[in-house]
Ligand binder design. Sequence first.
Ligand SMILES: C[S@@+](CC[C@H](N)C(=O)[O-])C[C@H]1O[C@@H](n2cnc3c(N)ncnc32)[C@H](O)[C@@H]1O
Length: 198
Amino acid sequence: MEAVRGKQRYDLDRDELDRLAAGRPVWLDIGSGDGRFVVEVAGANPGVLSMGVDAARENVRPASRRAPANAIFLIANVDKLDADLMGIADRVTVNYPWGSLLEGLLDGRSSAWDALTTVMKPSVELELTLNAETLDRAGSGVDAGLQMLCDALGARGFTVQTVQRLDREDMRRMASTWSRRLAFGRRPHAIRIQAARG
Ligand SMILES: C[S@@+](CC[C@H](N)C(=O)[O-])C[C@H]1O[C@@H](n2cnc3c(N)ncnc32)[C@H](O)[C@@H]1O
């Protein structure tokens, strides 16, 4: 699979990934954008291998250049995650998805969910943070959009554990470039969902 660190592009296979993980839990951030979240997670949790996946190579380059050794950036579309990632993730986060990533998450039958569930360990923890506006647009109302997401999670065998509303201050504090950008809006709010299998 294709990995990047700054301008350098390299191939990574499962043997190399297992060597880098060295038995540590693997946390996967999908649609990682500029990678701020992945870098912060890696810095705050040296006992974890923090991996970001994004379809857009140019988004990832700057953060990956200054990333700690336990942060890795992969270039991939969510519905074409490499077979070498099978069963690797102890924790999966998706922060402020848009486009085909958002569409995939809202549809329990999507190829995005096929790929996501393949890379997860059975005991995976899942955390999704969405801009309320995108849920509003998707469902013609935030509650209806949220219901679509909860239905997709249910269809994939997840139980929603918590649904939390993030206000402007919460969004500003989050280690996500997109969250901080949205926090400047007129009435920003986001929804965070934590889910587990079973
Ligand atoms: C709004 S940005 C959020 C970036 C980052 N998570 C953050 O919080 O700053 C959405 C990201 O999702 C990525 N994305 C959209 N569709 C995708 C797909 N099908 N597969 C992988 N990444 C995707 C985009 O390239 C973009 O970087």
